[in-house]
Design a protein around this ligand. Structure first.
Ligand code: EPU
Length: 337
């Protein structure tokens, strides 16, 4: 186990923010993780996965544990389903591609989501009508304080919209080391209700799509709207889509008849934050070396060496403006560090 001091985290966060870690340790085995925790649990620790859902607004005055556990294996299968265990440090999209190569279905709609396997359950990643919880079986995690290993079932995880027990009650208490997902080997259940997917398939003249076709469609949609973090620093959706009361929605619709919406329940309506931010005039706005993406207003971008705190100030300005114009509070989806 090697601990290095004063390490730049620029290449470890998809926003590309050049914050420094006081010290840094690359974790490549569960055994090493246990040993480090045993020695260091009483010191400040910072757990780093794919770095795709965080905005670093300052240096990290802690030991950063970079979870770099690798490995993918089939642990059980029936004629029609397979249980795949993937280690926390595997890149999510590479895992999706691996599944598609083996013709395992269930995660094709989650193609090209940035981040790692181990962080996928923390915020119950989701896109185009599918969420991680739909194929999640369980995950293994290590307790930071006493290093005991615990298996979390789907019920234990308490998944919600971009939410789980790991962001709420057990925040900071466990480190996920591996995830078991249940995928299909045949009779794949396709999720194509999303208008954009339907359109892509029509354009490609595909009427009986495979899981690989759906993945290609999703990749094409995401590439057309979302910036590639390798080219422009970003963390995907910066804000969550707010859920408002049906009464408030009726008022909003009176003033803005074109407002898109998704019904959550009889009393609750989800409104796309991207639409609100665009209406507030921020889409494509550039402030020196950072700004709001020009094709999807939900995404804040770092064009070139911007500071995390400048981007955070912009986020606060957006929140304030949306609140003033629509009386709607939008919460960040990205963790502000
Ligand atoms: N819209 C605008 N202007 C914008 C962006 C969106 O008017 O700048 C409108 C669109 O026209 C559409 C609606 O808002 O009517 C929804 O937009 P979109 O389909 O792009 O989805 P989203 O609600 O903005 C969510 C997820 C994405 C996920 C997509 C597709 C959240 C916070 N975001 O975005 O997730 O890929 O749906 O399912 O729920 C992520 O979490 O990083 C992420 C990219």
């Amino acid at each position: 186990m090697t601990i290095t001091n004063n390490v730049s985290l620029k290449s470890f966060n998809t926003f590309g923010i050049d914050a420094k870690a006081k010290s840094f340790c690359d974790i490549t085995s569960v055994k090493t993780l246990r040993n480090v925790l045993r020695e260091q649990y009483s010191n400040p620790l910072f757990i780093l996965g794919g770095g795709s859902n965080m905005l670093l607004t300052k240096d990290i005055d802690a030991l950063v544990l970079h979870i770099n556990l690798k490995g993918i294996e089939v642990v059980d299968e029936t004629e029609s389903t397979v249980i795949v265990k993937a280690m926390a440090g595997e890149n999510w999209h590479q895992f999706v591609l691996w599944s598609l190569e083996h013709n395992y279905g269930g995660i094709e709609n989650l193609s090209l989501i940035p981040g790692n396997i181990g962080t996928a359950p923390i915020q119950n990643i989701g896109a185009y009508g599918v969420e991680l919880k739909d194929i999640f079986l369980n995950c293994e995690a290590i307790n930071v304080k006493d290093q005991s290993i615990r298996t979390f079932t789907k019920a234990d995880c308490n998944f919600g919209y971009r939410e789980s027990v790991f962001k709420q009650k057990l925040k900071g208490e466990y480190i996920i080391t591996s995830v078991n997902l249940q995928l299909t080997k045949s009779n794949h259940k396709l999720h194509m209700d999303y208008g954009a997917i339907k359109n892509e398939l029509i354009i490609s003249k595909i009427d009986t799509p495979t899981i690989q076709d759906i993945s290609k469609a999703v990749i094409s949609i995401r590439q057309s709207k979302l910036p590639d973090p390798k080219e422009i620093g970003n963390s995907g959706s910066f804000f969550k889509n707010p859920i408002i009361s049906a009464d408030q929605f009726i008022q909003l619709q009176e003033n803005f008849p074109d407002v898109p919406s998704y019904k959550v329940s009889e009393q609750e309506i989800k409104v796309p934050a991207g639409w609100l931010i665009e209406k507030a005039g921020f889409k494509g706005k550039r402030f020196k070396n950072y700004g709001v993406h020009n094709k999807q207003a939900l995404v804040l971008v770092n064009y070139d060496d911007a500071s995390g705190s400048a981007i955070f100030e912009l986020a606060k300005l957006i929140q304030k403006t949306v609140k003033r114009l629509f009386n709607i509070s939008i919460e960040t989806e990205v963790n502000i560090i």
